[in-house]
Write a protein that binds this ligand. Sequence first.
Ligand code: Q46
Ligand code: ZN
Ligand code: ZN
Length: 310
Amino acid sequence: MAKCIVCGREAVVKIEHANASFCAEHFKQYYERKILRVLKGLNLENKCILVALSGGKDSVSLLYALNRLKKDLNYNLKVLHIQLGIGLYSKESLEVSKQLAEKLNLRLIIFDLEKNLGWTIPEAVKVTKKKPCSLCGIVKRWVMNKVALEENCEYVATGHNVDDIDAIALKAMLTYRPEDIERTSSPILEPNMEVNLVGKLRPQFYLTEKENMLYAQFNGLPIVETTCPLASRSKIFKYKGIWQEIDKVNPVGKINFAKTLVEISKKLKENKREVQQLRKCVRCGMPTYGRDVCAFCKINEKVSGVERHN
Ligand code: Q46
Ligand code: ZN
Ligand code: ZN
């Protein structure tokens, strides 16, 4: 095995795209620096960040790292777990989230779909016949934004890694959905309180799934072992498979693709004359693009059996 590029001790991991080997200690340092680099342009002093914790390796590593970096950037952290009601997977997610919050001495806010809305993700999928992950994404974004507003948090932080970003962007390009690229292509989205939209942080924007897993392992963090049974119905995992092939040809490709997305989206924003109209949903007051009733309210009304006509 190679030597750690920082201390010269025996390395335990090689990060191909960085062309560097590390011991566990210096890998953790490298990892946290990458997160710090994403956040350092923002003034987070005394701001509140709501971290969405599912119990998976990405959000577990995110919360742990943000908790460690708190002292450098002086923000406050709050933690949200959304109970989706997806059988064993959701039960295990809740257990792991509780364990981690307790370990870090942080209060865990639990938003249970069943208790708060009267329906679960599998039930909503059955009624609406929408694709599980796209429906689940709409619901989770709505809940995160709502809870962040209620808790006076300026930002929501999610565990999107570079593998997620690249797969979403590739899928968006190949299915001609440019609006999805726009939504994904930035590690930081500033709040827009005029339309009740809190800011979004994706601190692991330039970190891979593998790096998140290693960080969780080296810190001995609990993670959910079960995979979501609805995941297999999502094409996004197939796009991730395509990236594995690209990775073999060019190990820096994933990171460079994400960097390119950021540059392109900056240029697009500069040149954009007409910003797509963000407004408040007439039902729930949360932000929505271009239409009166947001996608969440449409789902909620359908599943709750109160379809209204506007
Ligand atoms: S929970 Fe929801 Fe994921 Fe399950 S339904 Fe898809 S999006 S896979 S992270
Ligand atoms: Zn070292
Ligand atoms: Zn709404």
